[in-house]
Design a protein around this ligand. Sequence first.
Ligand SMILES: [Zn+2]
Length: 1049
Amino acid sequence: MIRPNRLIGLCCGHHIPKKRLLHGSRCMQNNQTSSNYSIEANIRTTSTGLVSQKLKVPSFKKPENPEVNEGKEFEGFVVQEVSEIPEFRLWAYRLHHRATGAQYLHIQRDDTNNAFSVGFRTTPNNSTGLPHILEHTTLCGSLCFPCRDPFFKMLNRSLATFMNAMTGPDYTIYPFATQNVQDYRNLMSVYLDAVFNPQLRESDFRQEGWRLEHENLNDPTSPIIIKGVVFNEMKGVFSENQSLFEQKLLNNILPGHTYGFVSGGDPLVIPNLTYNDLKAFHAQYYCPSNSRFYSYGNFPFVGHLKYINDNYLSNFKNTPPKDGRNTSVPSENRWSAERHKHITCRPDHMAADLTKQSTIAISVLCSDITDIQETFELQVLSQLLVQGPNSAFYKTLVEPNIGAGFAPVTGYESQTKDTIFTVGLQGVNPKDFGEVLKRYDETLTKVLNEGFDEKHIEGVLHGIELNIKHQSADFGLGLLFGLSSLWNHDGDLVKALKVEDQIYLLRRSLKDNPQHLQDKVLKYMKENTHRLILTMTPDEDYEAKQAQAEQELLQTKLAALSQQERAVLFQQALKLRDEQEKAEDTSSLPTLLMKDLKKEIDLTSVKDVDVSSIPIQVCVQPTNGMTYFRGIVNIKELNSELKTLVPLFCQVATKMGTQRHSYRELDQLVQLKTGGVSLSGHIADDTMETFSYEEGILFASYCLDRNVKDMFMLWSELLNEGSFSDMKRFETLVRVTAADLINGIADMGQHYAISSAASLVNPASYRKELASGLSYVGKMKEIAQMSDLTPVLAQIRQISETVFNKKHLRCAVNLSSDTENAVLKEMEVFLGSLQGTAGLPLLKTQDPNYYLEKSAVRGFHHILPIPVNFAAKSLSTVYYCHSHFPSLRIMARLITSKFLHPHIREKGGAYGSGLSLSPSGVLNFYSYRDPNSAATFDIFDQASEWVSQNSFTDKDIEEAKLGVFQTVDAPIPPGSKGMNKFLYGIHDFLLQMHRSALMSVTRQDIIEVAETYLGQKSQSKCGRALLGPKNEVLHLRKAENWEFLQQDI
Ligand SMILES: [Zn+2]
């Protein structure tokens, strides 16, 4: 899997905030989707980029609250604005709470995936991580829900499609989404009580923030070290050089106020935070006058208002922040001259070219975030300048081999009060910094002189139009994330939603003044003196210096301790552990019950037709004027050497151009006619057999109905006339792909650890490891280092010639009923143009001797220069349709929440942990950003014993089932309906059987499968992986037969 690129999609003209600066405190959402937990999850995360995008296309309805008019008052809230946004088929209601000034935005839309959020502006004035640690600790128990960690407990009592809390540079939000109205109320009550009435106990602060504690809790002579969930989390975040770079960029271009600090927390500053600071920060910022409520979906919202007012807001008066300081963020004073800043980072011995490990970025401060039109136009401008092979900076910075590609900070960022445009290049030799700066200025001059190609502008605007129509399963959350920053600075939310007005105004400006966009380039880029040049080079001693700084900090803390205080530390640690281990009363928490779930699945009607002898699955859906196309070619018959190049092939095949069009022309066509064309590896676990799978290449695209003919012509051209001769282009793509992969290792640590461990126990997982695990990263690095890529390009061409034909092909199309005939006709032309004759569309690859081949090594230790660990242990069980599979699935969930979470996260201080089950039945234990390693493996090994002790309650089983159904019942957008069948061969009747079986799993079933698959016998057949710093302890674990792999050689 390629690390997802930054989200460039426009959401109401605003960026979805960048992931790294947003610290989602609870990683369970990641866990659910990033691990190959289930068929359902696989479908949503298939790398086509299509699937995660679109849900419920609403029929446009009048709001059901016609009496909610401007000026009227409901439940203490005054309606300020009611506005229809036709392009998104929604109604926006803006309200404010009369007594406290709290703000409320409701988005009424015919969408069942209702969302809610409560948020606060949080503007720290130091880097102790106050807002982030507060976000964690508010979720540790509250007045009405006094149990430990109600937030995590709700995960098991709810059908939430999303639950999390996030800290941005200047705000904190607590969002969730669910399709069940009772669940919505339950979650709302827990969230609101958490933020307004948290217990904020000192022990919560110590657990989530930081604490001094003996390394071994039971041994007062063991060294005292710094522990804490956020402390470890932030060490993990900054172990990735590009995260560090991004943080420093923000701190340095906006040094004047809150952005000069690390809102997530600097690990070397976090231990200066006191418990009293935390309580004071809560009192100051989490008050109604500083709060923003958001609701979205088809549930009536006046009831939400009543609940909020009656239970929370009516208890408060209009309380300004306590120290009288306004929380609003001032505009940055503009500089009169550019500034330079240099930082160092950890060397990356994985880099393909060791002399090229530095990063440089040029950032300029742009418009105020509340200037909606300007923000929108800068977004368009940014795409024209840095996105795709036709963009100006791509041509002058990425294509010439100066660096390895754009740094992730590249682009327009509208999260902060003053918005920022950045062009950054990673994988640069420091001696070329000057060259980059020179080219930056030359590029701007060229753009100012030559302007932008009209087709290029049209392509970008078409992309925006497509994004409006092509909405996601989590549309409501997408809006929230897109609007949060603007709202945080009191911008006009309704105006921001009116994207068509913004497009119209831009078109008119361009008509009146063809130089319109160049004028912006002149103003914001060329003549802007608020310009930061940030450079970063590796320092061989970086790690040692960081470790030393941490040691010194620790020593200062220890020196200040008296003997007596040390004794207290020892006692506190034991007390914290006792608290963590204590069985507790969770009866105060609301919960859904299994009986609230529907027994039957929603059937998806699909029909199978043959066009030009190729099987096509047709799924008629309310697609809102869009057509979704997918095809799979089977590659079983490809030789194994070529198979290892398939991931690279998928990366480049749509980007090399064709015999008719250069790659630049092709990119323009794709942008003008489609939402993108993509190829990706398809390795589908067999649902009927353990050591069997399907391997293929999935191609996917979507377009507005009016462009269907063009879309299929494009595919026909790509598949029949692909050009694999432009060596320079190929080199660029290889370089950029390799650099992205290598830079993403720490970020993707959990995925890589699981992939590596699972590759030891299952052939499909082994194949996936080669295609998307560290093996693939290594392979790409090797290729990037080759002096002559001619033989590789020849092999890529050979793959194209071998697989792009009718022989082993099947297709699927999701469309509206009125376009069916027209689309099938275009498909006939397309399929008719392909070579070969149709044979078997689906072949299975079997590998029963897999164990024999891989039996020697049972663990891979990937030694990486990162300060935290990612651990994984995998076991092979049974396939999806086996009668034990549903019990295993419930068991995995039970172990995750009742055994692993308390031991590995709460006590061990890891950011997350879990046990997932893949469709072919691989159980994967994992921990995420873990300060421990060997101890974590011991906990993995104890899971079976824990189950057999039978100490879980019936309620625990019920909760595990609910947890599983969160995934099973997650909404699937119209563009992705029917994919269970098309991709995995899972028909509705199998889904129904699986559903019924999950519901009837018993305690005895769980104990039996745990004994059978996790018990002593299984231990010899499991695989393990550890990513992290070199760990000699593994040598002592002889039975596990570890192989040490130095990843930096
Ligand atoms: Zn966090």
